[in-house]
Design a protein around this ligand. Structure first.
Ligand code: PEP
Length: 253
């Protein structure tokens, strides 16, 4: 049985005071003996303090992005070993905001996954189509292209501990989530595509859904056979919403 993952992407939100309050609320209401892995991904500058506040708790830490290079003259970038050094275990790679706003190519995303895995970070590889792609019936083509670029460079080994997050761009931050059936269709497609390279790893790969997941829709999304948790944006900034989503993930699988 696959262990679900719920990852909270805080994006560029928060402050030291707000983060401390959010973490305190998460820790004081978090159920014991969680089956789901629970990851929070604050902005880079807050990682070290979040690591301190989360120490000894079931919550794990993740970065929102990583540099494809290991070190050197890359002003503004943060390497995989630096993320490891401050306590991260996971890192998001290829979020649609990085792909669209910062023009990250499929190949760059693949190099980021490679760099992260090489340093022992578990990548959460994001894939997903834009609305125009879905309307034109190109969802599977887009997801296959994004996934294949990574599998070509990295193989499938990073999926043993890492994850793929299916995040339809039209559902991110819009309040319009994919239906459970739409999510299941793409998740099953992703699993089949991985299975073409390695059936054992495909069966073990956690495929997360992301895109306007809330307390009110998490259970029905996570009930689908190939949905193994979620990558959560807006709702991860509210402790009660995030904990309800976490409880729903705990029951999936
Ligand atoms: C995200 O940031 O990856 C995301 C899915 O955001 P939201 O949950 O707000 O749609």
């Amino acid at each position: 049985m696959r262990r679900p993952i719920v990852a909270g992407n805080w994006k560029m939100h928060g402050s030291r005071a707000e983060n401390a309050e959010l973490i305190e609320n998460l820790l004081s209401h978090c159920p014991e003996n969680l089956r789901a892995a629970c990851v929070v991904c604050p902005p880079f500058v807050y990682l070290q303090e979040a690591a301190r506040l989360l120490r000894g708790s079931p919550f794990l830490l993740g970065g929102q992005d990583v540099c494809a290079e290991s070190h050197g003259a890359f002003t503004g970038e943060v390497s995989a070993s630096m993320l490891k050094d401050v306590g991260c275990e996971y890192v998001i790679a290829g979020h649609s905001e990085r792909r669209l706003l910062y023009r990250e190519s499929d190949q760059l995303v693949a190099r980021k996954v490679h760099a992260a895995h090489g340093k022992g970070l578990q990548p959460i590889l994001c894939v997903g189509e834009q609305l125009a792609d879905r309307d034109a019936g190109r969802t599977h083509d887009v997801v296959a292209r994004q996934l294949d670029a990574v599998l070509e460079l990295c193989g499938t080994a990073f999926l043993e501990q890492g994850a793929v997050a299916y995040e339809p761009v039209w559902a991110i931050g819009t309040g319009r989530n994919a239906t459970p059936e739409q999510a299941q269709d793409v998740h099953a497609f992703i699993r089949t595509r991985i299975a073409a390279r390695d059936a054992r790893i495909a069966a073990a790969t956690r495929i997360l859904y992301g895109g306007s997941v809330k307390a009110g829709n998490a259970a029905e999304l996570f009930a689908m056979a190939d949905v193994d948790g979620g990558l959560i944006g807006g709702a991860s900034l509210k402790a009660d919403e995030f904990l309800t989503i976490l409880a729903a993930a705990d029951k999936c699988g």
